[in-house]
Design a protein around this ligand. Sequence first.
Ligand code: GLN
Length: 493
Amino acid sequence: MHPTDFTIRGALEALNEGIVTSEALTQAHLDAIQALNPRLNAFITVTAEKALEAARASDKRRSDGLAGKLEGIPLAIKDLFCTAGTRTTAASRILGEFTPPYESTVTSNLLRDGAVFLGKVNLDEFAMGSSNATSAYGEVENPWQRSNDDGVRLVPGGSSGGSAAAVAARLALGATATDTGGSIRQPAAFCGIAGIKPTYGRCSRWGVVAFASSLDTPGPVARTVEDCAILLESMSGHDPKDSTSANLPVPDFAAACARGVKGLRIGVPKEYRLEGMPEEIEALWQQGLDWLRAEGAEIVDISLPHTKYALPTYYIVAPAEASSNLARYDGVRYGARVNGEDLKDLYERTRAAGFGAEVKRRIMIGTYVLSAGYYDAYYLKAQKVRTLIKRDFDEAFKTVDAILTPATPSAAFAAGEKQDDPVAMYLNDVFTVTANLAGIPGMTVPAGYDRHGLPLGLQVLARDFDEETVFAVGTAIELAAGLKALPQVRAFA
Ligand code: GLN
């Protein structure tokens, strides 16, 4: 087996049995990055030397009997997580050559457990987008291609497009990502891998470049549900440096994968049946329900009546928080600077040159909905609707244990396709934003293919802090689907 074909679980066993070393595993991934990244553009920064050094230190720890839970596993880190001594860009020009002197809590946790970082992966600028096209470091290509028409380059989804493309193309065994409105689940679906947005508060936001603080949720992507569970367990935990971090014990997520779904009640929300949704997505959803029923789950029709307000609510709350969070990029304290005639001129020139068009659009929307006179009509109203959306879920979870929906309303689309129409782009998140507004956990599980052979995912939602049920249901779907295919990346190296 090629070392980049391992799952994380499989690699941990192989390392343990001495079949492979972390150094060999890391070198194999660095070779794959070298071969494929010029085309995919998944990595913004590759830290090859640091990675090899870390791998050798890891092999030493293992031979000394000091192996951590992720000892020797090569991972990719979304370039939104601050990494000590390694440039962190948020895929924005405005951060310039910013090199954090500190490590985010989530990446510290992974390092504590022995993980090896291959480098920093691409994303939409400040995680704003659904196709990775807003990155100042260029677009990322989805490693999948349509079976019929070879020339078309597809987007990997976003904002965690680099994370998802890197994992699908076997440039890393797993990756960190973040999800504010769908940025873990949508790219995972487009790239045919698994990804979980845990409950808000499960993973610390400390050291993660802020987009919309009440929605931002770090989480993992990987090629299997169990690998996501292994990564999430390491990433999670209480952090006194983040006042919204939950002070709760971290369950054994990997063990929860094997629980099965017998006796679980699975909700099917009628509001997620969208008009004009491709039939194959509808069919896959039905298939997923049939699989769960066959494993002993009970399928229950439910209603989440405020679903139709979720996208408009999100596109008020998220830009409002973003406009406030991004006020810090003024060219004075860190990042890039464009000098001006006076201080105000310096601010204006720096921000005009440093931010891309989508980020500017969000700052303008956010500033507008927070302005005196419009605050009550938009922002306050959106906050109230957000509470209603949360209540819909609270009601539903009185009768069901989990909810199954499609992950996205379509498979990966072509590069450039929705670029001129922000509203069409925002529609990508129609099934995912509700979980961010409510704070609940949600996971994408690859479940099938469209008529062009492109991957499609299903989404599993559950109660606050019940990621264990998400993993149990996700594993049942993964087993039933039995998908084996990965994109044929070696062909286009
Ligand atoms: N696509 C959504 C947006 O553009 C969500 C992004 C995210 O989750 N970071 O805001």
